[in-house]
Design a binder for this molecule. Structure first.
Ligand SMILES: [Zn+2]
Length: 315
């Protein structure tokens, strides 16, 4: 009899040690406790993390997976990331076409973890890449940088609010209020950008990262070419001569590359690097502080860097 009880107790201990998730899963938590703890939320890239931070507000802070000046296209998923993702209640990401590293993680998520592909949200518009010829190497059939349209960001804020309210109904009112406030902040900032950029709608420019199509469409700009610089596939001679022909024909002065690209390698591609101005754009906000303010700072940063080239006195 004594051995029997010892065995039972031993089994219970094993259960507690071996399966902390089972032992403390949502179902077994008393209702009061379930409601008081905010959901554990993970966001993949800084702009998405920013939108989620804004909606969560004082309720809690989401975790960010990709920090610093790392390209969203060649990010390597670390074991520590896997842990973060697996212990989350909600994982917000842009799309399977962008955060391809999530493909391996999703099948091993806990039953209670919700992975939310924001590109599939109601109201998010997808558009084709500008550089269709070079598309398909790693991006899908649409340009995955959907957050660079403020309209898409607003649609994603609405989706984030909906999901969080579902996971954490007690705080629904707060999520709704935060989302509403943040949507008006995005709109107000976007209106300012529209005003700032409107005198420069016709200025031709080129970017060495096909990421700005949504921004260009939102503000009616004149991007004449986008070149995808993929480390795995060097640009062919024909493509290089095409780029230079466009620069000459359209009188392009402003050429932009991302921080994550090597300036020298971009200069090597240009026939007359002295006749153009090479500047940077940052679609991910790599150098920005993460949090609520990052999203608007990313839009402002792109607008300001475009402007400083457009208004360059040597143009
Ligand atoms: Zn990109």
């Amino acid at each position: 009899m004594r051995n029997y009880f010892t065995a039972i107790i031993f089994n219970i201990i094993i259960l507690l040690v071996m399966s902390p998730f089972a032992a403390f899963s949502e179902e077994e938590k008393p209702d009061a406790e379930k409601k008081s703890s905010p959901p554990a939320v993970v966001a993949t890239i800084k702009p998405i993390h920013s939108l989620v931070s804004a909606v969560m507000g004082e309720i809690g802070k989401p975790e960010l997976l990709i920090e610093g000046q790392v390209s969203e296209h060649d990010y390597t998923f670390k074991p520590s990331d896997m842990k973060k993702v697996q212990s989350a209640d909600v994982v917000f990401f842009t799309s399977m076409d962008l955060e391809t590293f999530l493909v391996q993680a999703i099948p091993s998520l806990n039953k209670g973890t919700l992975a939310v592909e924001l590109a599939a949200s109601d109201g998010v518009t997808r558009q084709a890449p500008l550089d269709s010829e070079f598309d398909g190497h790693e991006h899908g059939s649409y340009d995955p940088h959907i957050w660079l349209s403020p309209e898409n960001a607003i649609a994603m804020v609405k989706q984030i609010k909906k999901i969080l309210a579902m996971k954490d109904p007690k705080n629904r009112g707060i999520y709704e209020m935060n989302a509403k406030k943040y949507i008006s902040k995005i709109s107000a900032s976007s209106e300012k950008i529209t005003l700032k950029l409107s005198p420069f709608k016709n200025v031709p420019f080129i970017s060495f990262h096909d990421a700005y199509g949504y921004f260009v469409k939102s503000y009616g700009l004149n991007q004449v070419a986008a070149v995808s610089l993929n480390p795995e596939s060097a640009l062919g001679a024909e493509k290089i001569s095409d780029i230079n022909a466009v620069i000459k024909r359209k009188h392009v002065y402003c050429v932009f590359a991302d921080h994550s690209y090597n300036e020298d390698s971009v200069k090597k591609i240009l026939n007359n690097p002295d006749r153009v101005k090479l500047a940077t754009l940052d679609p991910l906000g790599g150098g920005l502080e993460k949090g609520e303010g990052a999203y608007i700072a990313i839009l402002d940063g792109i607008a300001n860097n475009l402007l400083s080239c457009f208004t360059d006195e040597n143009r």
